[in-house]
Design a protein around this ligand. Structure first.
Ligand SMILES: *Cc1c(COP(=O)(O)O)cnc(C)c1O
Length: 223
């Protein structure tokens, strides 16, 4: 199916999820995750009116960026090795995977201006998942005050890859509750108003639980 058609379907289901909980759909930004698809398919997404694109590897980002340049707003959503920061830092507007101080230090050093970051949280507790443990998030964010180029705009998580709605909802709720706690600290370098959560299988639930950025690959641009 054309990206344009898939995007229409997704926008409709986002509106439905927002209606369920009395939210304004304009609060939700769709990031098309292009990591599985060709440059042409990523271009199709941009032509369909999608502004935000996400990649999870520095090679993939560089390849797509070399073709599409600064037209789209780029998001880095994958695990980031410190030595790769220099390859992506001038290309992306958002980093969703800040999960350790050594990475913060490298981003801070390489960025030419403050960059919007999400702190990745391992809410599900799966050992395969990256991210800060929920009980360590506050302390981690306090420690980020020494890195002026890091602006903590929110928290990010990846829910477990399952269909159990109760477990998914619980995971998103827990992230929302930590986000609220951080936002209430009113730190100038960590407004933490945003929630990056929800993928192809669970974005409607994530939106019902407060997501402001959804990262959609398979359902939007394909595998
Ligand atoms: C691949 C990926 C996505 C998109 O996954 P889909 O299930 O294809 O929508 C979202 N977030 C991250 C971090 C990813 O790596």
């Amino acid at each position: 199916m054309e990206v344009r058609k898939k995007y229409e379907l997704i926008k409709t289901s986002i509106e439905e999820a927002c209606r369920n909980v009395n939210r304004n759909p304009e609060e939700v930004t769709v990031i098309a995750v292009t990591k599985y698809v060709s440059i042409d398919r990523a271009k199709e997404a941009v032509e369909a009116g999608i502004i935000h694109l996400g990649e999870n590897r520095d090679e993939g980002l560089t390849t797509k960026w070399n073709s599409l340049g600064d037209g789209p707003v780029w998001h880095f959503i994958g695990t980031l090795q410190s030595r790769k920061v220099k390859n992506i830092i001038d290309k992306v507007s958002y980093i969703h995977s800040l999960d350790r101080l050594s990475l913060a230090k490298e981003i801070n050093k390489r960025a030419k201006a403050p960059i919007k970051c999400f702190v990745q949280v391992n809410v599900s507790g799966e050992s395969s998942k990256h991210g800060i443990e929920p009980e360590e998030v506050i302390e981690f964010i306090k420690n980020l005050k020494n890195y002026p180029n890091i602006q903590v705009i929110g928290l990010m998580t990846m829910a477990p890859h399952i269909d159990n709605e109760t477990i998914l909802r619980d995971c998103f709720r827990r992230l929302k509750s930590i986000q609220t706690e951080v936002a209430n600290m009113k730190l100038d370098y960590a407004p933490c108003t945003e929630l990056s959560m929800g993928m192809s299988n669970d974005y409607q639930i994530a939106i019902e639980e407060g997501a402001t950025f959804v990262r959609i690959g398979t359902a939007l641009v394909g595998e």
